[in-house]
Design a binder for this molecule. Structure first.
Ligand SMILES: Cc1ncc(COP(=O)(O)O)c(C=O)c1O
Length: 418
């Protein structure tokens, strides 16, 4: 019989295989100091484009005070136990009410984490005969949820409304044949890698042809899109068509936790059936109080979103003017598409970090096809025009070096912490 552990250490996986040269630099880097547009990496100050601190709330003085005061008052223990048993509080319920109101829904339920929360919510919603129709580029948490559910699922080509309709018709035919079950469509408000908004309005319009319920993961739209920051549905004028609205607190809210909002009856059903919350300790009080403060700032300080967009547009327009391909983004997420191998990409990142003092993330094979490189820049309300200009200059110069073959190396540079 094989030893499971033996197999694991023979193959550390697509990224793990590079760990001996990459750990601490290309993978698991440590950003230090106050969260902001500049942080320290290996002792050097760098302009950071990797954090989803969209509105700059991570270090907002009112947020820091609320977090600190709540930690002093409650500690991390309170409330003890799962919400259903002993871990409920007025403040948890207040946050749920305020979140629901913010995204124009009747009620909402808190979750300790986005990833496990949405997985467990999908598990709670979908029965044996229900059929899920979902976008091919949905986040891993949705894909993993679909591995758990017992019913059928049909994937549609990314943001392809025609294909979505085709898959809906297949789903409808299956439900008709089973004489049982319904259809749930799952997509995202903003796709976090490419920055394109899900075509929510057009997908929702398909309800006229095939009846279904629509669940939207709006992790990147919440707080960044829509007149009031209520997200991609508000931006596209179809918030009412979203039956279940989900967002994590890990991005605009610069915190931990998540929520799902929708009709009171359905949220109540989820509340009594979501295993990740029923069988887990509730969100600690400092998170709840800290999230209430963040939500208050989302409501009361529209200038945070305005600054974010001012910076995002300056960055995106600057890149376009310089001839960069930033794809189809219509959110603040800013991808830059280039061509090159994994080794070249890492050598280029090293140059950008070491010589231009810019820290950003890259995506390479096997996450995307071989020979492609995506830089993913996340602007925030805190970035300055000077930082944007320096970044544009750095990308122009390093792209020219990439095109001239200056980064052709045989191996990933060995930058691991020894
Ligand atoms: C689209 C999307 N959904 C869900 C999650 C998971 O949220 P969390 O970090 O709260 O687990 C993320 C990442 O944070 C995300 O980008």
């Amino acid at each position: 019989m094989a030893d499971i552990f033996e197999r694991l250490i023979k193959n550390y996986g697509p990224i793990g295989q590079h760990r001996e040269r990459a750990h601490g630099y290309f993978a698991f880097p440590k950003l230090e100091g106050e969260v902001g547009s500049k942080m320290k990496f290996r002792g050097q100050e760098m302009i950071v484009w990797s954090l989803n601190n969209y509105l700059g709330l991570a270090n907002h003085p009112e947020v820091r005070k609320a977090d600190a005061d709540a930690s002093a008052q409650y500690g991390l223990a309170l409330p003890m136990g799962a919400r259903m048993m002993s871990g409920n509080s007025d403040l948890h319920e207040q946050l749920e009410r305020e979140l629901a109101e913010f995204v124009h829904k009747e009620d909402s339920i808190l979750m300790n984490y986005g990833y496990q929360g949405i997985m467990s919510a999908i598990d709670a919603i979908c029965g044996r005969h229900d059929v899920v129709v979902y976008d091919a580029e949905c986040h891993a948490c949705i894909i993993d949820a679909l591995r758990m559910i017992p019913g059928h699922r049909f994937v549609f080509k990314h943001n392809d409304v025609e294909d979505c309709e085709k898959q809906l018709l297949r789903a409808q035919a299956l439900v008709d044949k089973q004489q049982s079950g319904g259809v749930l469509v799952i997509t995202e408000g903003v796709f976090g890698m490419a920055g394109d908004q899900g075509r929510l309005k057009e997908i929702a319009a398909l309800k006229k042809k095939v009846p279904f319920r629509l669940l939207v993961d709006d992790a990147h739209g919440f707080g960044t899109l829509g007149k009031t920051g209520a997200g991609a549905g508000e931006e596209q004028g179809c918030q009412d068509e979203i039956d279940l609205y989900f967002s994590t607190f890990a991005k605009s809210m610069a915190s931990i936790g998540a929520f799902m909002a929708g009709p009171r009856t359905i949220i109540d059903y989820i509340r009594y059936n979501i295993r990740s919350q029923i069988f887990a300790k509730s969100l600690p009080m400092p998170y709840v109080v800290g999230n209430l403060k963040r939500l208050e700032l989302l409501r009361s300080k529209p200038e945070l979103k305005d600054n974010l967009w001012k910076n995002a547009l300056a960055l995106q327009n600057g890149l376009k003017e310089k001839g960069f391909d930033i794809g189809k983004t219509d959110s603040v997420v800013t991808p830059i598409y280039m061509k090159g191998g994994v080794e070249e990409a890492t050598a280029m990142v090293m140059d950008i970090r070491e010589n231009y003092k810019i820290f950003c993330s890259i995506v390479v094979y096997p996450v995307i096809p071989k020979g492609h490189i995506i830089y993913r820049l996340i602007p925030t309300a805190l970035h300055t025009q000077e930082e944007i200009d320096l970044t544009l200059k750095a990308f122009s110069e390093t792209k020219a070096k990439l095109d001239a073959g200056a980064y052709k190396v045989a191996e990933i540079p060995d930058m691991a912490n020894k």
